[in-house]
Design a protein around this ligand. Structure first.
Ligand SMILES: C[S@@+](CC[C@H](N)C(=O)[O-])C[C@H]1O[C@@H](n2cnc3c(N)ncnc32)[C@H](O)[C@@H]1O
Length: 331
């Protein structure tokens, strides 16, 4: 694998090796000595071939969605990946694929998800699991449950998410709103490589976002919303976030997960967090990135911490839930 071409995340090989070791137990066994990403996919093919039961076809299809995506990024075919053939692409793409596939293998399979696994109402839980299987993105099960729990508890009416991507984090909020019987989530998303890299975050990140197939991601998102009858809860504003802020007088629940560049992340806090009503909720993702530190500081001057989601392996802060302090709800 050509890591020289894709210098990302400091020592890429170490990070990738760790991701392989973390993902491997989802195959049902411990990683062998010298576990490699190619070995993971070879072992994955055996797990998929052996999958049985009513939920197996849906689970296999969901996993293959991530395999196909990775194969397209690596400019090869899925069969080659599953054969254990060497391939090359950005390490972050591989790490995301490993995490998504491992989450699917660990989850109750789509279509047979038993109610009560997460403590959420069954319909909310099954929508979260369905989204994990069908939509690309970075919203972990832990974060999805946290978003849904918060919306169920706080009963917000005006929810805003900056950065829909494939909808993985928007769906848990929409599902909880449907359960509540009131409220809508306004998703703000440009679905544009040019907007995504308008201000630099880091070279590898910008490189990745420049080649994303946003048309397919947008199409699959809309298809999902229609298929799952969530259209009443979801409003999409397809625009750069800075252009849409003026549409909102008061926000009850805000999820900031758009561009992670220093400038855009801080701008999203300045333009949107001040519109959250006193007592309203702000969720801020990727708080541990260097590029989001300024935005995090700004947010902490406006809000009280409520809860922090941490990486289960590293213990690092990942996603902050905060409550807006008293004061004027608008700029
Ligand atoms: C980290 S992803 C969102 C992930 C998603 N919330 C999830 O959990 O899977 C960030 C998204 O923000 C979008 N984005 C980046 N800059 C933006 C901007 N200035 N305005 C609107 N959307 C933007 C990108 O297109 C991308 O889809």
């Amino acid at each position: 694998m050509d890591f020289e071409t894709f210098p990302v995340l400091g020592n890429s090989q170490v990070v990738l090796d760790r991701a392989v070791v973390q993902a491997w137990p989802s195959l049902g066994c411990e990683p062998p000595v010298g576990a490699s990403v190619f070995g993971f996919f070879r072992a994955l093919s055996e797990v998929l071939a052996a999958a049985r039961g009513p939920g197996a076809p849906a689970m296999v299809a969901a996993v293959m969605g991530h395999v196909d995506y990775l194969a397209a990024k690596a400019d090869c075919v899925a069969a080659a990946l599953l054969n254990g053939d060497p391939f090359s692409t950005t390490p972050q793409v591989i790490i995301d694929a490993l995490a998504n596939i491992a989450a699917l293998l660990r989850a109750p399979w789509p279509g047979v998800a038993p109610a009560g696994t997460t403590g959420l109402p069954a319909e909310v839980e099954s929508l979260i699991i369905e989204a994990e299987g069908r939509l690309p993105g970075w919203c972990s099960r832990q974060k999805a449950v946290c978003l849904a729990e918060t919306v169920l508890a706080e009963r917000p009416l005006v929810c805003v998410e900056i950065g829909i991507f494939g909808g993985r984090s928007l769906v848990p909020v929409a599902a909880a709103l449907r359960q509540n019987g009131a409220g809508a989530i306004y998703g703000i998303e440009a679905w544009s490589p040019a907007v995504a890299v308008e201000n630099t975050t880091n070279a590898a990140n910008d490189d990745w976002w420049s080649t994303v197939d946003f048309d397919r991601i947008k199409h699959d998102f809309y298809r999902f919303i229609v298929d799952m009858s969530l259209a009443r809860q979801v409003r999409v504003i397809e625009a750069p976030s800075a252009r849409a802020a003026g549409l909102f007088d008061t926000i009850d629940f805000l999820h900031i997960d758009g561009s992670h560049s220093v400038l855009n992340a801080a701008e999203d806090v300045i333009l949107y967090a001040r519109r959250v009503r006193p007592g309203g909720i702000v969720v801020f993702d990727d708080v541990n990135w260097n590029s989001t530190a300024l935005a995090r500081g700004l947010l902490e001057s406006l809000c009280e911490p409520v809860r922090m989601l941490t990486d289960v392996v590293t213990g690092k802060d990942m996603c902050a839930v905060l409550r807006r302090r008293g004061g004027s709800p608008t700029c």
